[in-house]
Design a protein around this ligand. Structure first.
Ligand SMILES: *Cc1c(COP(=O)(O)O)cnc(C)c1O
Length: 346
C-alpha cells in the first residue's frame, strides 16, 4: 500500500492523514513534489516517501538530502540523481533509492514502454554503488471508466518488465493501480496499490463501488431574512424572488473553494432539508432559499457536502453539478476553511 498524500492529502491535510494511516503500516507514502516530501519528513515521517512527478533540474540535491525516493522518466534525470548522490554529505554509505516510471499510454511522464531496450540497460547498470533501483511502476489513464484500456496498459507494462533486468531484492516494488484500478481487481493486478481519491471519500469511477464518505463541508448561516417577491440576489441579480421567500446567507463562497458554477444550480442541506442556492456565489457568501424550513436562525449550520438528517449531498454530487471531479473539489477547498478532524461520528 502506497497511499497518495500529494496536494496536502487531496486538500484535507497531509499531517493528519499520515497520522491516521500510520497504524496500517503503509509501505511508503506518495507525493508529487520534493517540497511535499520535505514537509512530510519535517513532520517526522520515517517511511519511504516517493516523489511521483518528474523532479525539476536543481531539486535532486534537496530530494537526496531529505531521503526521498524520486521517480525517473529519462536518462538525464538518472544522471542528475547520480550527481546529487555523489555530492551528498551525510548518509554516504546508504544508497539513494529511485523508482522508474514506465509510460504505457498516459503520456505525461515515464520512460517509453516501447523503447525499453534503449533505456533499460542504463537503468539496470545504475543499480548498485551510490544508487538503488527500488521500484518500477506505470499509471493508468482510464481505469475509472474502461477495463479494456487498462488491460492493454497492463500488457504493455508487463512486456516492459519482462525486458528489464530488475534487481532481485525482495523489497523491490512493482506497482500500477490507482484507486479505480485497485477496485477492478479481477484484472489481475499486482498487489501494491497507490490509492488516492478513494481514501478521501471520492468516487473512483462511475460504475465502481462508492466510497465511504470522509469529508463534510459545513457553513454557518449568518443572516436569515424574509424577502418580498421581486427581491434580487447576488452579483448580476441573476435570481429574483417570484413570491415571498425566506433566504439564508451562508458564510461560504468561492474563496473557500465552493465552485462558483453552483450559482443557481447547487443545493445545500439546512435543517435536514435540501434547499437551492439562489443567485451567483460570491467570494465569501452564498444565499439559499430556505422557504421550506422552519426555525432556522443565524448560527445554524448548513451542510454543503455531507449528511443532515435523512438527506445527503455527496462530494461527487457537488462535483457533477459543478462539471468537474471530486479531486478538484477537494483540492480546491482553501485554507480559509478550518479542517476539523474526527475519528468517528460521521
Ligand atoms: C494521484 C496518483 C494516484 C492516485 O490516483 P487516484 O485516482 O486518486 O486513486 C496514483 N498514482 C499516481 C502516479 C498518481 O499521480
Amino acid at each position: 500500500m502506497i497511499p497518495m498524500v500529494k496536494a496536502d492529502a487531496y486538500g484535507l491535510g497531509a499531517g493528519e492523514t499520515v497520522r491516521a494511516l500510520e497504524p496500517d503500516d503503509p509501505t511508503a507514502y506518495g507525493v508529487a513534489t520534493v517540497e511535499e516530501g520535505r514537509r512530510l519528513r519535517s513532520r517526522g515521517v520515517r517511511r519511504p516517501i516517493v516523489v511521483f512527478s518528474p523532479v525539476p533540474p536543481g531539486e535532486y540535491e534537496a530530494a537526496v538530502e531529505a531521503g526521498l525516493t524520486v521517480c525517473l522518466s529519462s536518462l538525464e534525470a538518472l544522471d542528475r540523481l547520480a550527481g546529487a548522490a555523489a555530492a551528498r554529505r551525510d548518509r554516504e554509505d546508504e544508497p539513494v533509492p529511485f523508482h522508474v516510471e514506465v509510460d504505457t499510454g498516459m503520456g505525461r511522464s515515464g520512460f517509453d514502454a516501447r523503447a525499453v531496450d534503449r533505456w533499460g540497460p542504463a537503468v539496470a547498470r545504475a543499480h548498485g554503488g551510490a544508487l538503488r533501483w527500488a521500484g518500477v511502476f506505470t499509471h493508468f489513464h482510464s481505469a475509472d471508466v474502461d477495463g479494456s484500456a487498462t488491460a492493454e496498459q497492463i500488457r504493455r507494462f508487463r512486456a516492459a518488465i519482462d525486458a528489464l533486468d530488475l534487481p532481485g531484492e525482495a523489497d523491490f516494488l512493482v506497482h500500477e493501480a490507482n484507486s479505480a484500478a485497485a477496485l477492478r481487481r479481477p484484472l489481475g493486478l499486482l498487489p501494491a496499490v497507490r490509492p488516492g481519491i478513494f481514501l478521501y471519500g471520492g468516487r473512483a469511477g462511475p460504475s465502481l463501488p462508492p466510497p465511504e464518505p470522509v469529508v463534510s463541508v459545513r457553513a454557518r448561516v449568518v443572516l436569515v431574512r424574509e424577502v418580498p417577491a421581486g427581491t434580487t440576489v447576488g452579483y448580476g441579480a441573476t435570481y429574483c424572488a417570484s413570491s415571498d421567500e425566506r433566504w439564508a446567507t451562508l458564510a461560504i463562497g468561492y474563496g473557500d473553494g465552493l465552485p462558483r458554477a453552483l450559482g443557481n444550480r447547487g443545493e445545500v442541506l439546512v435543517a435536514g432539508r435540501r434547499v437551492p442556492i439562489v443567485g451567483r456565489i460570491s467570494m465569501d457568501l452564498t444565499v439559499v432559499n430556505i422557504s421550506v424550513t422552519d426555525g432556522v436562525d443565524a448560527g445554524h449550520v448548513a451542510t454543503v457536502i455531507g449528511r443532515d438528517g435523512g438527506e445527503e449531498v455527496t462530494l461527487d454530487d457537488v462535483a457533477d453539478l459543478a462539471g468537474t471531479i471530486g479531486y478538484e473539489i477537494l483540492t480546491g477547498l482553501t485554507g480559509r476553511l478550518p479542517r476539523i478532524w474526527e475519528t468517528d461520528g460521521f
